[in-house]
Design a protein around this ligand. Structure first.
Ligand SMILES: Cc1cc2nc3c(=O)[nH]c(=O)nc-3n(C[C@H](O)[C@H](O)[C@H](O)COP(=O)(O)OP(=O)(O)OC[C@H]3O[C@@H](n4cnc5c(N)ncnc54)[C@H](O)[C@@H]3O)c2cc1C
Length: 456
């Protein structure tokens, strides 16, 4: 069996993972990256989510990514221009021609004036790949695509090796530092780290807006897809979904006149459809992923048919279903610090101080589906480094939507640009660990800022 020794192993190459690889390489470390999809970007490319929501951010690679996408015409800055009546609650985003800076603001901006960066998912994958290649010479980086992380071994408080299923067989990686960016944090769970799933009770972290009792209620999940105008009068649900009973779903759509959906125009034509949601988040606990995907795809086709029946976007049909199902929330690390909604109101974790913050955000706690009830906006808050640090394993950082947040805090932190920041911090921290011969918990968050600024 092939064995690879590396300074840093990054598992999962979505927004956070791509940023982590980039920063670790720029910091001089050798890096192995692992991704089950054929390329980079995760939910924001292979999951089809094609826009960066407005929101504050520290400086970082988002600027360079946006610059390249805007220059090639594969992105635009847009705003929501059309709401189609109360009974047809749809919003179509369109080009506004504003600068990228206008997307870096949410708090205090009227919803009609909020700008997003809309991009082509394939182009985002290409730009991320370019950045990886520019970050360091080839001998420093090994990126495995179509490859699954399957298991790991620990030695006391350290991950000693990770097993990968690559298209060419099994590979063992022996890393100094591991960064778990898989979103569902399988590596951290297998390593024995504490984790949570669902909503915490009010007592657990003293969050006033939390439920009185804990509940297995997750943010809604969405199968994103692309529709194109083909002239087909009434799109059909393909026969491969005949085994799915859609009666209840169709009655539900008639009853609520929906679901509410977000329609974003693609830079190169067609419309991105994001149902809010395609299913309750708890379905994640009831089905295995291929079954869940099959069910959600059937619902997506049925929804496009429902739209045509209701005289909206008649003549349009699904031309692409994205291969990763859009999961807003699953497992979350219970790390050295758990960010709460009260911290978000405060602006940072008071017991740590703002200087521990490695990412800035200002999105509302945006819960979808059952249990949805909290949509306050905040004037901006910092996410502390300690949210990336597990309690049990010394050579592991967890940087993704599954980092150490409560359910309510995670409903605010999960945006792609926030995940890029977490990844940048984790990659920088890992490179510092290699340089100084220490572990992530030994790193002072202030030195992280300094290093990131110095190695732009
Ligand atoms: C439907 C939907 C709409 C959204 N809308 C917006 C929006 O408009 N704007 C916005 O900014 N954010 C939005 N978000 C949130 C945001 O897109 C995600 O939270 C964010 O992209 C997650 O980034 P991540 O790096 O944590 O995880 P991901 O991007 O999901 O990356 C995790 C990666 O790990 C890989 N992986 C997992 N397990 C393994 C394994 N065992 N082996 C190998 N690889 C593995 C996955 O394939 C994936 O590529 C939305 C999310 C959803 C689901």
């Amino acid at each position: 069996m092939k064995i690879i020794h590396t300074d840093v192993l990054v598992l999962g190459l979505g927004s956070a993972g791509s940023a982590a690889v980039y920063r670790a390489l720029r910091g001089g470390a050798s890096v192995v990256g692992v991704e089950q999809m054929p390329g980079l970007g995760g939910t924001s490319t292979f999951g089809g989510v094609n826009n960066w929501e407005p929101g504050v951010s520290y400086e970082g690679i988002h600027r360079e990514i946006a610059r390249r996408l805007l220059k090639s015409g594969d992105a635009f800055v847009g705003k929501t221009t059309e709401y189609v009546s109360a009974s047809n609650r749809y919003a179509v985003s369109d080009r506004s021609g504003d600068s990228y800076e206008t997307t870096l603001r949410r708090f205090g901006v009227h919803p009609d004036d909020m700008r997003r960066l809309h991009y082509e998912p394939d182009a985002m994958t290409e730009v991320l790949q370019e950045l990886m290649e520019e970050a360091a010479p080839e001998e420093k980086r090994t990126l495995f695509y179509n490859t699954r992380f399957v298991s790991l071994e620990t030695d006391g408080r350290r991950i000693s090796s990770c097993l990968l299923n690559t298209p060419d067989g099994t590979v063992t990686v022996v890393p100094r530092i591991v960064i778990d960016c898989t979103a569902d944090i399988l590596p951290s769970r297998l390593a024995g780290c504490s984790y949570a799933i669902g909503q915490e009770s009010r007592d657990a972290y003293g969050e006033e807006a939390a439920l009185e009792k804990a509940e297995q209620c997750l943010n809604g999940l969405t199968q994103c897809f692309r529709i194109t105008e083909t002239g087909t009068e009434m799109p059909s649900v393909p026969s491969e979904y005949d085994d799915v009973d859609l009666t209840e779903w169709e009655n539900y759509m008639d009853r609520i006149c929906g679901p509410v959906s977000c329609f974003n125009v693609y830079p190169r034509g067609g419309i991105y459809v994001n149902m809010l949601p395609t299913g309750e988040g708890d379905l994640f606990l009831k089905y295995d992923l291929p079954e869940l995907k099959h069910l959600c795809e059937a619902r997506a086709y049925s929804y496009v048919r429902w739209l045509a029946r209701n005289n909206y976007l008649r003549g349009w049909e699904i031309t692409h279903l994205f291969p990763l199902i859009g999961l807003r929330e699953t497992y979350r690390l219970t790390g050295q610090y758990v960010l709460t909604l009260e911290d978000i109101y405060h602006g940072y974790a008071p017991s740590l101080g703002m200087e521990h913050s490695i990412a800035l955000a200002d999105h509302p706690a945006d819960t979808h589906g059952r249990g949805s009830r909290c949509r306050d906006t905040y004037p901006g808050y910092g996410i502390p480094y300690e949210c990336l640090l597990p309690k049990e394993i010394d050579n592991l950082l967890v940087a993704c939507r599954g980092s150490s947040f409560t359910h309510l805090a995670a409903s605010s932190t999960r945006l792609s640009r926030t995940m890029l920041q977490l990844g940048e911090a984790a990659g920088t921290a890992a490179a510092l660990c290699i340089r100084e011969g220490c572990d992530p918990a030994d790193i002072d968050p202030v030195s992280l800022h300094r290093m990131r600024i110095n190695m732009k």
